[in-house]
Design a protein around this ligand. Structure first.
Ligand SMILES: [Mg+2]
Length: 209
């Protein structure tokens, strides 16, 4: 049976939306700096749009990224709950670059359990201080034939998968092919871009049927 590994932040949880709410309150809101713009910018560059250029905000963002409280009340992205219930039997695990500390694991598992089918959660081992797209991709590659598909929002992870020779299906949530083309010249034939869950849900059902 085809199995899939599913990313959490900005794939299932509206993490950029929460970042926007917190940062705009503290550092001021700016026209054009919207949650979707922040989500796309992060997915394409690994950087937090606008606020990440402010050193004080940058430190604050880093602390929030490792804060269990911040992650506990994230909203699920519209359409993701219904879609995951429909492909439940194919979900192998959730797959996140959140650091595997006791409190982050507890919060992540608790949050996922609240909305989605219960599955193991693969997290970034705590000895890896920096977020490495390659590490995340290697976790998938190290189980050949095991995950026939993955979903992520972060193109750095996607590119790492391609460079490591991953042969499965790669679904990207939150970006269009045009968004990707503007920044990268990579061959995208293996990638299925779905800007939202209205597109991703049917694409997954189609893939598994
Ligand atoms: Mg993510």
């Amino acid at each position: 049976m085809k199995k899939i590994a599913i990313d959490v932040d900005d794939t299932l949880s509206a993490t950029s939306l929460k970042f926007h709410q917190v940062l705009s309150k503290l550092y001021g809101s700016v026209p054009g700096i919207t949650p979707p713009a922040m989500a796309k910018h992060y997915a394409l560059s690994g950087r937090v749009l606008h606020y990440g250029d402010n050193p004080a905000a940058f430190n604050y963002i880093h602390n929030l990224s490792n804060s269990p409280e911040f992650h506990l009340d994230l909203k699920p992205i519209s359409g993701s709950v219904e879609s995951l219930n429909l492909i439940s039997q194919h979900i192998d695990c959730y797959w996140t670059a959140r650091v595997d500390t006791e409190s982050m694991r507890q919060v992540t598992e608790l949050w996922l359990k609240k909305y989605y089918p219960i599955r193991p959660v693969v997290m970034r081992p705590s000895e890896y201080a920096t977020n490495s797209s390659f590490l995340k991709a290697e976790i998938i590659i190290s189980k050949p034939g095991y995950y026939s598909a993955v979903i992520d929002n972060d193109v750095r992870v996607v590119h790492a998968l391609l460079e490591l020779g991953y042969k499965g299906e790669i679904f990207v949530h939150g970006l269009t092919e045009e968004d990707h083309k503007k920044h990268f010249k990579k061959n995208t034939s293996q990638i299925i871009f779905c800007e939202n869950w209205d597109l991703l849900g049917p694409a997954l059902i189609d893939y598994f049927s």
